[in-house]
Write a protein of this length. Structure first.
Ligand code: NAD
Length: 468
């Protein structure tokens, strides 16, 4: 069996104590992960701090090349990493699965090389010179979730390193193995200590996010944990980027063609079996098309194979872990108890692992838990509305504000409504598509700060204003 190891200061660190990582497609083992300790976190932060002294003064060209080199080694090892990712996360290789995630890692790493943060000249005349420079921050702590572990890891790592910081990443204990291997691979093109990884239980998270020598925390995960991370960062006033939960609403206007949009709705709600922060998680449909939308959406979805990530016929994989599966099942049964109608899926068969059928719930209503809470799984509630103002009000009533979408043939009308949605991103006739140059982040309790593009890169810097 492969022995997985942490990488600290460019060195392989194995542990005799390990924990089992479950393959969610089978319930069997995906591998043994080293159980890191507080001492390992301290060693990783110390290594990153030492490396920062030299990495922070490298030229921009060196750091751009590092991003290109990271993209290249990720491409060279994509097959190995995608196999490992599929085994521990559950997503199949094909479609928008593990291979797609590895492709995203390469695109984001490569694109980060092309971003520019030029010196801004505020004043340059006979009276003097004022320039604004962007400086790195120091050691960045990266904490990642289990849904897109490698892509989100790269979203943290690439801009941090490009801006001249050094990194300690701690992946989710549900999906740590692919990150361990990815960091090992990335270390072949980075100086020792620039990128370190520590694995262990959730308890190790606060040790890292509260560490006095960490200057910034970039965290992607649930809102509940994000609040704890924010509190732990207060002691030394760390900089923060928090990408948190969402409960994205989609609103269908009466002029859409239910059959034409069925495939778009499907991917909007069910990419990665619904375990995606900016998935559509509640769908508001006008009364006049409600039954047709339910029928066409269910007809398209019924043909999609959900199964083991190792099965090449699977389009979507299992729910990643037992706790999330239990939450999804609880929300479905609560919705049924409250009078909602299951029009597709609903109950698990006796398949192994955490495989759950794609589930559509009609006659869902605001106030039901399935609508008000983030389900983060392969189930979508469909809510009927008759007045679009009511739909917008309901969509905006959430404490979350990550994404939203409006669907219509009339793009101008959709745009007007889209701009009224309280969300960090809003899409028209789609939901959840990302671009490495387009800022991404949540409003309200979906997060703090921005990722991607120059806006995202700026978050890994501080400003120094020079007066001469
Ligand atoms: P989680 O909050 O349970 O865990 C995320 C990470 O935080 C894990 O690595 C975990 O070990 C670590 N952690 C746990 N307690 C900690 C603490 N006290 N201090 C520091 N770290 C701690 O989230 P999850 O279940 O892994 O991921 C699912 C959630 O992530 C969903 O809510 C989803 O919407 C959200 N998410 C958001 C985005 C985004 O970009 N906004 C992207 C992906 C996932």
């Amino acid at each position: 069996m492969t022995q997985f190891a942490m990488t600290i200061d460019g060195k392989v660190v194995t542990k005799t104590e390990t924990f089992n990582v479950i393959n969610p497609s089978t319930g069997g083992s995906a591998g043994q992960c080293p159980s890191g300790t507080v001492d390992d976190v301290n060693a990783a932060v110390a290594a990153a701090k030492t490396a920062y002294a030299s990495w922070s003064i490298t030229s921009d060209d060196v750091r751009k090349q590092a991003c290109r080199d990271m993209a290249a080694v990720l491409a060279a090892h994509a097959n190995e990493l995608a196999t490992l990712l599929s085994t521990e996360q559950g997503k199949p290789r094909g479609g928008l699965g593990a291979d797609f995630e590895l492709g995203g890692c390469q695109v984001w790493a490569g694109n980060t090389a092309e971003l520019e943060l030029p010196v801004e000249v505020i004043k340059d005349d006979n009276e003097g010179l004022i320039e604004v420079h962007r400086k790195p921050l120091g050691v960045v702590a990266s904490i990642t979730p289990w849904n897109w572990p490698l892509m989100i890891g790269i979203w943290h790592i690439a801009p941090a390193i490009r801006a001249g910081n050094t990194v300690v990443i701690k992946p989710s204990p549900y999906t740590p193995l692919s990150t361990l291997r990815m960091v090992e691979i990335l270390n072949t093109v980075l100086p020792a200590g620039v990128l370190n990884v520590v694995t262990g239980p959730d308890d190790l998270g606060p040790v890292l996010t509260g560490h006095a020598d960490v200057a910034k925390v970039t965290f992607t995960g649930s809102t509940e944990t994000g609040k704890k991370v924010m509190a732990s960062a207060a002691g030394t006033l760390k900089r923060l980027t928090l990408e948190l939960g969402g409960n994205d609403a989609g609103i269908l206007l009466p002029d859409v063609d239910p059959r034409q949009i069925a495939e778009g709705l499907f991917w909007s709600a069910f990419i990665n079996s619904g375990q995606t922060c900016a998935c559509m998680k509640r769908l508001y449909v006008h009364d006049s098309i409600y039954e047709d939308v339910c029928k066409e959406f269910a007809a398209f979805t019924a043909n999609i194979k959900v199964g083991s990530g190792a099965d090449t016929n699977s389009v979507l994989g299992p729910i990643q872990n037992a706790a999330q599966l239990a939450k999804v099942e609880d929300l479905i049964s609560d919705a049924v108890d409250q009078g909602a109608r299951i029009i597709l899926g609903g109950k698990r068969s006796t398949e192994a692992g955490y495989i759950h059928p794609l589930t559509l719930i009609a006659d869902a209503k605001d106030g039901m838990r399935i609508v008000d809470e983030e389900q983060f799984g392969p189930v979508l509630p469909i809510i009927r509305y008759s007045n679009v103002e009511d739909a917008i009000k309901a969509a905006n009533a959430s404490s979350m504000g990550l994404g939203a979408s409006v669907w219509s043939k009339d793009i101008a009308a959709a745009k007007k409504l889209a701009l009224r949605m309280e969300s960090g991103s809003v899409w028209i006739n789609g939901h959840g598509g990302l671009n490495p140059n387009a800022p991404f982040g949540g409003v309200k309790q979906s997060g703090l700060g921005t990722e991607f593009g120059t806006e995202g890169l700026k978050e890994f810097t501080s400003i120094q204003t020079l007066h001469a």
